[in-house]
Design a protein around this ligand. Structure first.
Ligand SMILES: Nc1nc2c(c(=O)[nH]1)N[C@H]1C(S)=C(S)[C@@H](COP(=O)(O)O)O[C@H]1N2
Ligand SMILES: [Mo]
Length: 405
């Protein structure tokens, strides 16, 4: 906290020293009732190194919640060692023997299966594609008023190339019987105490069998780190990470919907496309969180970065949606009055993020405030104001501030 105030003070001093024409307090000051006056800079997190990972930003260590530093997002794919980590239960697998591991598929099926990793690779058609995984609460820190939960900035996501087998093919092999309504998914992690329920998720049968969901055994061409779900994890393209069950070991076809804290209490969003409600009027109807909101962020500059005047600066960022296709990103250099079209990198894959860039030559010294908003082929776009009490599905037009010096 002390370091934070020093940084903040240093920044304010720099601004004052530069004879700022813009009142910075209106951007970061204590009175921030409006969404576009929400805080943009937070206490710095500590860097920690877990097994198979590089230095990541620490949210909690038990269970591990580790955030990817922003500079890793200057590349198409997120390296495995830098990929964010989030577990709910502290009793997570620390060792898995690939020779004896079995993926169980049972419940309302004709032929229950217990597949070895070798059978999975040998007996089913492999598929490979790039898909973005986003924690439902990614970017939660920026909500105003603040919401409880893991205080991610934008690093609770990562883009990777996944290889695995279709969930549909596994279910077909097991032979689903009539009356199936859901598929439940559970990993090897367990609750550390009886009062907390094991992490178990469910998908409606139609979604589970649509052919898009994959049980992945490789991430960026390598076995995934234990912390990202070795040896198997579910990949649910376009849907928030809560369904991407890690160290996946048990799949059950059920005839009744699953009721637990992870389905009924957590990970629910207001019943509207913007996932929005207010503190005074909390949504009375909610749904299990679904598809990614459309969103874009700045990757460069970093928050509070000092940018030289009179020189071309390469603005850079990411835009993503639930797979409809980002087709336009706009940047405002003047606090949201004028908007300019950014150039988009080539599309990597349907469920990948899309990178964008723009050259900016700031002339005037002093504070800057940049904004970014994305649009997609389905007519979706980022919005000015959004809030929900879970801090889920961030869709707000993002801002970043710093100094031109
Ligand atoms: N088995 C298991 N899978 C899980 C979770 C978990 O707690 N246990 N957390 C989910 C949530 S909320 C997130 S954000 C992602 C994080 O994936 P990552 O750690 O590979 O980045 O895993 C999902 N899958
Ligand atoms: Mo998450």
């Amino acid at each position: 906290m002390a370091e934070y105030s020093i940084r903040r003070r240093k920044f304010l001093t720099t601004v004052a020293g530069a004879g700022a024409g813009l009142a910075l307090t209106s951007l970061v000051g204590p009175k921030r009732a409006l969404a576009d006056q929400a805080p943009l800079v937070f206490p710095p997190k500590k860097l920690v190194r877990f097994p198979e990972k590089t230095d990541l930003l620490l949210l909690t260590d038990r269970p591990p919640q580790l955030e990817t530093p922003l500079h890793y997002f200057r590349q198409d794919l997120t390296p495995n060692e830098a990929y964010f980590v989030r577990w709910h239960e502290s009793a997570l697998p620390t060792r898995v023997d690939p020779a004896t591991f079995r993926l169980n598929i049972g419940g309302n099926v004709e032929h229950p299966l217990a597949l070895s990793l070798e059978e999975l690779r040998r007996d089913f058609e492999p598929v490979t594609f790039v898909a973005l995984n986003i924690c439902s609460g990614n970017s939660r820190s920026f909500f105003e008023p603040p919401v409880p939960g893991s205080q991610w900035v934008h690093g609770g996501m990562g883009n990777a190339r996944w290889t695995g087998v279709r969930l549909k093919d596994l279910l077909d092999r097991a032979g689903m019987k009539a009356g199936s309504v859901e598929v439940t998914l559970q990993g090897l992690d367990r609750s550390p105490m009886p009062s907390l329920q094991d992490f178990k998720k469910a998908l409606p049968i139609d979604h589970a069998t649509d052919g898009e969901i994959v049980v992945a055994y490789a991430m960026n061409g390598a076995p995934m780190p234990l912390l990202n779900g070795f040896p198997l994890r579910l990949v649910v393209p376009g849907y928030y990470a809560t369904y991407w069950v890690k160290s996946l070991a048990d799949i059950q076809v059920t005839t009744e919907p699953l009721h637990n804290i992870w389905q009924d209490v957590a990970y629910r969003t207001p019943d509207n496309p913007d996932y929005t409600e207010s503190e005074e009027h909390l949504a009375t109807k909610t749904n299990p969180i679904g598809k990614f909101s459309i969103h874009s962020i700045f990757v460069r500059p970093e928050p509070e970065e000092v940018v030289p005047a009179g020189r071309a600066y390469p603005l850079e960022g990411l835009a993503y949606d639930a797979g409809y296709g980002i087709n336009r990103v706009e940047v405002s250099l003047d606090g949201g009055h004028g908007w300019l079209e950014a150039s988009l990198d080539l599309e990597i894959d349907r469920y990948s993020w899309r990178r964008w860039r723009m050259s900016w030559t700031p002339v005037q010294r002093g504070p800057y405030e940049l904004r970014v908003r994305a649009f997609n082929k389905a007519g979706e776009h980022q919005i000015l104001a959004q809030w929900n009490h879970g801090g889920y599905g961030r869709k707000v037009i993002e801002r970043t501030i710093g100094m031109v010096a």
